[in-house]
Design a protein around this ligand. Structure first.
Ligand code: SF4
Ligand code: SF4
Length: 346
């Protein structure tokens, strides 16, 4: 990341802190498609949703988002590798001066998208543990593809991080996953299943299939405590310690959002500094807002107007939604979180 981009983030983080009306989409989560070739048991995506974000639309979004202050875009899905024009999407975002990260399962194969990966600033690979665990949770295609992605990334010199969704099927594999990250020069990240929250479960097509995968309160607390111990001992874990500590002090893992304020940040700043663009053109303020707000379509008035019309008055004041919590700590300029990321991002 360039020095000017750091200064841009710092200036806006200060404005967000001292001016409650300040609104800037510093970071955008962009669902380039909702289609996916995998069948992860915990997935709630509606894979039939239309994909209206053509390359042309995306270029307009990058221009408008950049003008509004956006500097980071995370390409996600569905599965981004199903876009044949992925290379052009990444190139477009880079051309507009955006820091680009991409989240992928590696399926159906990373080989066809090496140019796109090489242009990305950060690659996040879904990786739920040893092969048999991945097979059970994500299916054969993704289980094989993630293994292949690790070796292709190594051969091609593409650095990557892993993301693990913690479930009862892999909660005893945390050490294995961290060792795997160490062996491959990667950083391991852990997130809670969104369906831990009864609200998230509402959107799952077969809630009975996933209910037994949710960690109990005691299991979640023990797992997070263990991840903190590993992080403190210097293990390659990407998330910041304040993020993990906030996770651990969370009162009830069956609710991932709360009306109470976090002790680590004064209010939800991420709501005014991030946005989430769905493949059908719906823009939301945060990744969990879809559950309780309408969102605004960028096809009604363009990205900039849609962003200004977003509802930024939320009932929740804090959450343990993975990247939203980390964003809140970053935009609150939590020193340990800022340092954690300065040490890790290029
Ligand atoms: S790879 Fe992602 S989008 Fe695809 S089924 Fe798995 S969780 Fe859902
Ligand atoms: S606290 Fe979290 S879930 Fe709630 S509005 Fe903020 S970012 Fe979204």
């Amino acid at each position: 990341m360039k020095a000017g981009t750091y200064l841009h983030f710092l200036r806006h983080a200060l404005q967000l802190r001292f001016d409650s009306s300040h609104l800037v989409p510093l970071s955008m989560n962009l669902h380039v498609t909702h289609r996916c070739c995998n069948r992860c048991v915990y997935c709630s995506y509606n894979r039939e949703a239309p994909n209206l974000l053509t390359l042309e639309v995306l270029h307009r979004v990058f221009v408008e988002a950049r003008k509004l202050g956006c500097r980071r875009v995370n390409l996600t899905g569905g599965e981004p590798l199903l876009r044949n024009d992925l290379n052009a999407i990444v190139a477009g975002a880079k051309q507009h001066g955006l820091y680009v990260s991409m989240a992928t399962s590696g399926a159906p194969g990373v080989e066809a998208h090496l140019e796109a990966f090489k242009q990305c600033d950060q690659v996040m690979l879904s990786f739920d543990g040893p092969y048999d665990v991945r097979l059970a949770l994500t299916g054969k295609l993704a289980a094989d593809a993630s293994e292949r992605a690790v070796s292709v990334f190594e051969q091609e010199g593409i650095s990557f991080w892993t993301t693990t969704v913690l479930t009862r099927r892999n909660v005893d594999q945390i050490d294995w996953i961290v060792d795997h990250a160490k062996k491959h020069g990667s950083q391991a990240n852990f997130v809670l299943l969104e369906t831990q929250d009864g609200n998230g479960l509402r959107f799952h097509p077969a809630p009975e299939d996933v209910r037994d995968l949710c960690l109990t309160d005691g299991e979640a607390r023990a797992a997070i405590g263990h991840i903190i111990a590993l992080k403190r001992a210097g293990a390659p874990i990407g998330s910041s310690l304040p993020y993990l500590e906030e996770w651990l002090r969370w009162p009830d893992y069956s609710r991932l959002q709360s009306v109470n304020r976090s002790s680590l940040y004064r209010e939800c700043i991420a709501l005014r500094a991030t946005c989430e663009l769905q493949a059908d053109g719906r823009l939301d303020a945060c990744s969990m807002a879809f559950a309780h707000t309408q969102g605004v379509s960028i096809f009604d008035a363009g990205f900039a107007a849609a962003f200004r019309r977003l509802c930024t008055k939320s009932a929740c004041q804090s959450c343990v939604s993975s990247c939203m919590l980390e964003s809140n700590l970053m935009f609150s300029l939590n020193p340990r979180t800022v340092w954690n990321w300065l040490e890790r991002i290029r």
